[in-house]
Design a protein around this ligand. Structure first.
Ligand code: HEC
Length: 292
Protein backbone atom coordinates (compact mmCIF):
# COMPACT_ATOMS: atom_id res chain seq x y z
CA UNK A 1 0.00 0.00 0.00
CA UNK A 2 1.38 3.37 -0.99
CA UNK A 3 1.13 6.50 1.20
CA UNK A 4 -1.34 9.00 -0.27
CA UNK A 5 -0.65 12.56 -1.39
CA UNK A 6 -1.29 14.92 1.58
CA UNK A 7 -4.48 16.97 1.27
CA UNK A 8 -2.66 20.34 1.40
CA UNK A 9 -0.71 19.39 -1.74
CA UNK A 10 -3.96 18.53 -3.54
CA UNK A 11 -5.46 21.86 -2.48
CA UNK A 12 -2.37 23.77 -3.65
CA UNK A 13 -2.50 22.02 -7.03
CA UNK A 14 -6.23 22.77 -7.37
CA UNK A 15 -5.55 26.43 -6.60
CA UNK A 16 -2.76 26.69 -9.19
CA UNK A 17 -4.87 25.00 -11.89
CA UNK A 18 -7.89 27.22 -11.14
CA UNK A 19 -5.61 30.26 -11.26
CA UNK A 20 -4.25 29.29 -14.69
CA UNK A 21 -7.73 28.53 -16.06
CA UNK A 22 -9.19 31.81 -14.78
CA UNK A 23 -6.17 33.78 -15.90
CA UNK A 24 -6.42 32.46 -19.44
CA UNK A 25 -10.13 33.09 -19.73
CA UNK A 26 -10.24 36.48 -17.99
CA UNK A 27 -6.79 37.56 -19.19
CA UNK A 28 -5.90 39.65 -16.18
CA UNK A 29 -5.76 39.14 -12.43
CA UNK A 30 -9.00 41.00 -11.59
CA UNK A 31 -10.76 37.67 -10.97
CA UNK A 32 -8.84 37.45 -7.68
CA UNK A 33 -11.46 39.76 -6.20
CA UNK A 34 -14.38 37.98 -7.86
CA UNK A 35 -16.77 35.82 -5.80
CA UNK A 36 -16.95 33.35 -8.72
CA UNK A 37 -13.28 32.56 -8.46
CA UNK A 38 -13.32 32.12 -4.69
CA UNK A 39 -16.62 30.21 -4.96
CA UNK A 40 -14.98 27.71 -7.33
CA UNK A 41 -11.98 27.47 -5.02
CA UNK A 42 -14.17 26.76 -1.98
CA UNK A 43 -16.30 24.17 -3.81
CA UNK A 44 -13.18 22.45 -5.18
CA UNK A 45 -11.57 22.41 -1.72
CA UNK A 46 -14.73 20.89 -0.19
CA UNK A 47 -14.74 18.21 -2.91
CA UNK A 48 -11.04 17.53 -2.25
CA UNK A 49 -11.74 17.20 1.50
CA UNK A 50 -14.59 14.75 0.84
CA UNK A 51 -12.35 12.80 -1.52
CA UNK A 52 -9.63 12.70 1.12
CA UNK A 53 -12.06 11.58 3.83
CA UNK A 54 -13.28 8.70 1.65
CA UNK A 55 -9.62 7.88 0.97
CA UNK A 56 -8.99 7.70 4.71
CA UNK A 57 -11.86 5.23 5.17
CA UNK A 58 -10.60 3.00 2.37
CA UNK A 59 -7.06 3.21 3.72
CA UNK A 60 -8.19 2.16 7.21
CA UNK A 61 -10.11 -0.70 5.76
CA UNK A 62 -7.18 -1.93 3.69
CA UNK A 63 -4.81 -1.48 6.60
CA UNK A 64 -6.79 -3.91 8.72
CA UNK A 65 -6.33 -6.60 6.09
CA UNK A 66 -2.52 -6.27 5.99
CA UNK A 67 -0.14 -8.76 7.61
CA UNK A 68 1.86 -7.59 10.62
CA UNK A 69 5.03 -7.14 8.50
CA UNK A 70 3.15 -5.19 5.86
CA UNK A 71 1.62 -2.98 8.55
CA UNK A 72 5.08 -2.30 9.91
CA UNK A 73 6.44 -1.44 6.46
CA UNK A 74 3.51 0.84 5.72
CA UNK A 75 3.85 2.73 9.01
CA UNK A 76 7.58 3.20 8.37
CA UNK A 77 6.99 4.50 4.83
CA UNK A 78 4.52 6.99 6.28
CA UNK A 79 7.22 8.43 8.54
CA UNK A 80 9.30 9.64 5.56
CA UNK A 81 8.34 13.26 4.84
CA UNK A 82 6.22 13.62 1.68
CA UNK A 83 8.63 15.77 -0.31
CA UNK A 84 11.57 13.54 0.54
CA UNK A 85 9.83 10.42 -0.69
CA UNK A 86 8.55 12.30 -3.75
CA UNK A 87 12.10 13.41 -4.55
CA UNK A 88 13.43 9.92 -4.07
CA UNK A 89 10.75 8.31 -6.20
CA UNK A 90 11.29 10.90 -8.93
CA UNK A 91 14.86 9.76 -9.41
CA UNK A 92 14.41 6.12 -8.53
CA UNK A 93 16.21 3.73 -10.84
CA UNK A 94 15.38 0.11 -11.38
CA UNK A 95 17.91 -2.16 -9.76
CA UNK A 96 19.80 -4.49 -12.09
CA UNK A 97 18.17 -7.51 -10.41
CA UNK A 98 14.82 -6.30 -11.75
CA UNK A 99 16.12 -6.31 -15.31
CA UNK A 100 14.91 -9.79 -16.15
CA UNK A 101 11.36 -8.74 -15.32
CA UNK A 102 11.38 -5.79 -17.64
CA UNK A 103 13.25 -7.34 -20.51
CA UNK A 104 11.29 -7.05 -23.76
CA UNK A 105 11.63 -9.88 -26.22
CA UNK A 106 13.21 -7.63 -28.77
CA UNK A 107 16.85 -7.03 -29.42
CA UNK A 108 19.23 -6.03 -32.13
CA UNK A 109 22.87 -6.86 -32.49
CA UNK A 110 22.94 -8.27 -28.98
CA UNK A 111 21.46 -5.14 -27.47
CA UNK A 112 18.25 -5.93 -25.59
CA UNK A 113 15.41 -3.53 -24.96
CA UNK A 114 14.22 -2.93 -21.39
CA UNK A 115 10.77 -1.70 -20.50
CA UNK A 116 12.10 0.88 -18.05
CA UNK A 117 9.71 3.00 -16.02
CA UNK A 118 9.57 6.60 -17.11
CA UNK A 119 11.02 8.91 -14.47
CA UNK A 120 8.32 10.49 -12.29
CA UNK A 121 9.50 14.04 -12.98
CA UNK A 122 9.14 13.32 -16.68
CA UNK A 123 5.63 11.91 -16.28
CA UNK A 124 4.68 14.86 -14.06
CA UNK A 125 5.82 17.34 -16.69
CA UNK A 126 4.09 15.37 -19.41
CA UNK A 127 0.71 15.37 -17.69
CA UNK A 128 1.08 19.00 -16.72
CA UNK A 129 1.79 19.75 -20.38
CA UNK A 130 -1.27 17.81 -21.50
CA UNK A 131 -3.59 19.63 -19.05
CA UNK A 132 -2.05 22.97 -19.88
CA UNK A 133 -2.51 22.29 -23.57
CA UNK A 134 -6.22 21.56 -23.12
CA UNK A 135 -6.79 24.76 -21.12
CA UNK A 136 -4.71 26.75 -23.58
CA UNK A 137 -6.54 25.43 -26.63
CA UNK A 138 -9.93 26.11 -25.03
CA UNK A 139 -9.06 29.64 -24.03
CA UNK A 140 -7.39 30.30 -27.38
CA UNK A 141 -10.45 29.02 -29.22
CA UNK A 142 -13.13 30.57 -27.02
CA UNK A 143 -11.54 33.81 -25.83
CA UNK A 144 -9.13 36.45 -27.10
CA UNK A 145 -6.26 34.98 -25.12
CA UNK A 146 -2.88 35.07 -26.92
CA UNK A 147 -4.18 36.27 -30.30
CA UNK A 148 -1.45 38.30 -31.99
CA UNK A 149 -3.99 39.97 -34.28
CA UNK A 150 -5.96 41.32 -31.37
CA UNK A 151 -2.84 42.38 -29.48
CA UNK A 152 -1.65 44.16 -32.58
CA UNK A 153 -4.99 45.97 -32.96
CA UNK A 154 -4.92 47.07 -29.34
CA UNK A 155 -1.38 48.38 -29.55
CA UNK A 156 -2.13 50.05 -32.85
CA UNK A 157 -5.15 51.80 -31.35
CA UNK A 158 -3.18 52.85 -28.27
CA UNK A 159 -0.40 54.25 -30.43
CA UNK A 160 -2.75 56.08 -32.80
CA UNK A 161 -4.49 57.52 -29.75
CA UNK A 162 -1.20 58.67 -28.27
CA UNK A 163 -0.17 60.23 -31.60
CA UNK A 164 -3.53 62.02 -31.80
CA UNK A 165 -3.04 63.18 -28.22
CA UNK A 166 0.45 64.41 -29.06
CA UNK A 167 -0.80 66.28 -32.13
CA UNK A 168 -3.60 67.84 -30.10
CA UNK A 169 -1.22 69.09 -27.45
CA UNK A 170 1.56 70.11 -29.83
CA UNK A 171 0.78 73.25 -31.78
CA UNK A 172 1.71 72.81 -35.48
CA UNK A 173 4.98 74.48 -36.50
CA UNK A 174 4.80 78.04 -37.79
CA UNK A 175 7.22 79.96 -39.96
CA UNK A 176 8.88 81.23 -36.77
CA UNK A 177 9.68 77.89 -35.17
CA UNK A 178 9.71 75.45 -38.10
CA UNK A 179 13.11 73.85 -38.61
CA UNK A 180 14.71 71.78 -41.32
CA UNK A 181 15.22 68.15 -40.35
CA UNK A 182 16.46 65.38 -42.59
CA UNK A 183 13.99 63.08 -40.80
CA UNK A 184 11.11 64.97 -42.40
CA UNK A 185 12.25 64.53 -46.01
CA UNK A 186 10.48 61.21 -46.58
CA UNK A 187 7.17 62.47 -45.16
CA UNK A 188 7.63 65.68 -47.16
CA UNK A 189 8.09 63.70 -50.35
CA UNK A 190 4.68 62.10 -49.75
CA UNK A 191 3.08 65.53 -49.27
CA UNK A 192 4.79 66.70 -52.45
CA UNK A 193 3.61 63.71 -54.49
CA UNK A 194 0.02 64.23 -53.34
CA UNK A 195 -0.26 68.00 -53.65
CA UNK A 196 2.54 69.56 -55.66
CA UNK A 197 3.72 67.18 -58.35
CA UNK A 198 0.90 68.11 -60.74
CA UNK A 199 2.39 71.59 -61.19
CA UNK A 200 6.01 71.29 -60.07
CA UNK A 201 6.72 67.99 -61.82
CA UNK A 202 8.50 64.83 -60.71
CA UNK A 203 11.21 65.59 -58.20
CA UNK A 204 10.39 69.34 -58.52
CA UNK A 205 11.75 69.65 -62.08
CA UNK A 206 9.06 72.21 -62.92
CA UNK A 207 6.02 72.46 -65.23
CA UNK A 208 3.11 74.80 -64.63
CA UNK A 209 5.00 75.85 -61.51
CA UNK A 210 8.68 76.78 -61.51
CA UNK A 211 11.60 74.36 -61.31
CA UNK A 212 12.30 73.96 -57.59
CA UNK A 213 15.70 72.30 -58.01
CA UNK A 214 17.61 75.27 -59.45
CA UNK A 215 18.90 78.38 -57.71
CA UNK A 216 16.56 80.85 -59.49
CA UNK A 217 13.56 82.04 -57.56
CA UNK A 218 10.67 84.33 -58.49
CA UNK A 219 9.64 84.83 -54.89
CA UNK A 220 12.24 85.46 -52.22
CA UNK A 221 10.37 86.82 -49.20
CA UNK A 222 12.68 85.11 -46.68
CA UNK A 223 16.43 85.02 -46.20
CA UNK A 224 16.89 81.27 -45.87
CA UNK A 225 15.72 78.70 -48.39
CA UNK A 226 13.84 76.56 -45.87
CA UNK A 227 11.83 79.50 -44.50
CA UNK A 228 11.26 80.79 -48.03
CA UNK A 229 9.60 77.55 -49.07
CA UNK A 230 7.59 77.46 -45.83
CA UNK A 231 6.45 81.01 -46.47
CA UNK A 232 5.43 80.31 -50.09
CA UNK A 233 3.44 77.20 -49.16
CA UNK A 234 1.82 78.88 -46.17
CA UNK A 235 0.89 82.14 -47.91
CA UNK A 236 0.96 81.26 -51.62
CA UNK A 237 2.28 83.57 -54.30
CA UNK A 238 1.31 87.22 -53.96
CA UNK A 239 1.28 87.65 -57.75
CA UNK A 240 0.04 84.34 -59.07
CA UNK A 241 -3.02 82.70 -57.49
CA UNK A 242 -2.19 79.43 -59.26
CA UNK A 243 0.19 78.85 -56.33
CA UNK A 244 -2.41 78.94 -53.61
CA UNK A 245 -1.89 79.57 -49.89
CA UNK A 246 -1.92 75.95 -48.79
CA UNK A 247 -1.48 76.77 -45.11
CA UNK A 248 -3.81 79.77 -44.88
CA UNK A 249 -6.50 77.96 -46.89
CA UNK A 250 -6.35 75.09 -44.40
CA UNK A 251 -5.37 72.47 -46.99
CA UNK A 252 -2.06 71.62 -45.31
CA UNK A 253 -1.15 71.70 -41.61
CA UNK A 254 2.00 73.28 -40.21
CA UNK A 255 3.43 69.73 -39.91
CA UNK A 256 2.82 69.04 -43.63
CA UNK A 257 4.38 72.36 -44.60
CA UNK A 258 7.43 71.75 -42.40
CA UNK A 259 7.81 68.33 -44.05
CA UNK A 260 7.35 69.48 -47.64
CA UNK A 261 9.70 72.42 -47.05
CA UNK A 262 12.33 69.92 -45.85
CA UNK A 263 11.78 67.93 -49.05
CA UNK A 264 12.12 70.99 -51.31
CA UNK A 265 15.23 72.06 -49.37
CA UNK A 266 16.62 68.55 -49.90
CA UNK A 267 16.06 68.45 -53.68
CA UNK A 268 17.37 72.00 -54.04
CA UNK A 269 20.46 71.87 -51.82
CA UNK A 270 21.42 68.23 -51.51
CA UNK A 271 20.86 67.11 -55.10
CA UNK A 272 22.08 68.60 -58.34
CA UNK A 273 19.54 70.74 -60.25
CA UNK A 274 17.41 69.13 -62.96
CA UNK A 275 18.52 71.12 -66.02
CA UNK A 276 16.54 71.81 -69.21
CA UNK A 277 18.67 69.16 -70.91
CA UNK A 278 17.33 66.64 -68.35
CA UNK A 279 13.73 67.72 -68.95
CA UNK A 280 13.62 70.35 -66.23
CA UNK A 281 11.85 73.71 -66.70
CA UNK A 282 14.02 76.70 -67.55
CA UNK A 283 15.10 78.86 -64.61
CA UNK A 284 12.66 81.62 -63.62
CA UNK A 285 13.25 84.67 -61.44
CA UNK A 286 16.59 85.84 -60.14
CA UNK A 287 19.51 83.97 -58.69
CA UNK A 288 19.14 83.46 -54.95
CA UNK A 289 21.82 83.95 -52.30
CA UNK A 290 20.39 82.13 -49.32
CA UNK A 291 21.72 82.60 -45.84
CA UNK A 292 22.68 79.41 -44.11
C1 HEC B 1 -1.83 74.39 -59.34
C2 HEC B 1 -0.43 74.41 -59.59
C3 HEC B 1 0.50 74.43 -58.40
C4 HEC B 1 0.48 73.56 -57.34
C5 HEC B 1 -0.43 72.36 -57.12
C6 HEC B 1 1.58 73.95 -56.49
N1 HEC B 1 2.22 75.02 -56.99
FE1 HEC B 1 3.84 75.94 -56.20
N2 HEC B 1 3.79 77.28 -57.67
C7 HEC B 1 2.93 77.29 -58.73
C8 HEC B 1 3.20 78.43 -59.55
C9 HEC B 1 2.49 78.78 -60.85
C10 HEC B 1 4.23 79.13 -58.90
C11 HEC B 1 4.87 80.44 -59.34
C12 HEC B 1 4.25 81.55 -58.54
C13 HEC B 1 4.68 82.92 -59.00
O1 HEC B 1 4.82 83.13 -60.22
O2 HEC B 1 4.77 83.79 -58.10
C14 HEC B 1 4.58 78.39 -57.74
C15 HEC B 1 5.57 78.71 -56.85
C16 HEC B 1 6.03 77.94 -55.84
C17 HEC B 1 7.19 78.22 -55.04
C18 HEC B 1 8.05 79.45 -55.18
C19 HEC B 1 8.94 79.26 -56.39
C20 HEC B 1 9.56 80.55 -56.88
O3 HEC B 1 10.40 80.45 -57.75
O4 HEC B 1 9.15 81.59 -56.38
C21 HEC B 1 7.33 77.23 -54.18
C22 HEC B 1 8.44 77.01 -53.14
C23 HEC B 1 6.25 76.31 -54.43
N3 HEC B 1 5.48 76.78 -55.46
C24 HEC B 1 6.07 75.12 -53.71
C25 HEC B 1 4.93 74.37 -53.88
C26 HEC B 1 4.66 73.24 -53.05
C27 HEC B 1 5.54 72.73 -51.94
C28 HEC B 1 3.46 72.75 -53.47
C29 HEC B 1 2.69 71.62 -52.89
C30 HEC B 1 2.24 71.81 -51.52
C31 HEC B 1 3.03 73.55 -54.58
N4 HEC B 1 3.95 74.52 -54.81
C32 HEC B 1 1.90 73.30 -55.31
C33 HEC B 1 1.97 76.35 -59.00
C34 HEC B 1 1.60 75.34 -58.16
Amino acid sequence: MKPRTPIYITIAIIFVILFIVYYMFVQNATFLSSPYFWGTVVISVILALIHSAIGDLIENDKFKKLSAAEKEEYLNSKKVPYFKSLYESAFKKQSSTEEKDILIDHGFDGIMELDNQLPKWWLGLFWFGVCYCVVYLMSYGLTDFAHQGKEYDEEYKAQTASIAEYMKNTPPPTIDNAVYSADNIAAGEEVFKTNCVSCHGDGGKGGIGPNLTDNYWINQPEKTLFKNVFHMVEDGSPNNPTMQAWGKNGVLTGFDIQNVAAYVYHINQEQSPITTAQGGAAPQGTEAHWEK
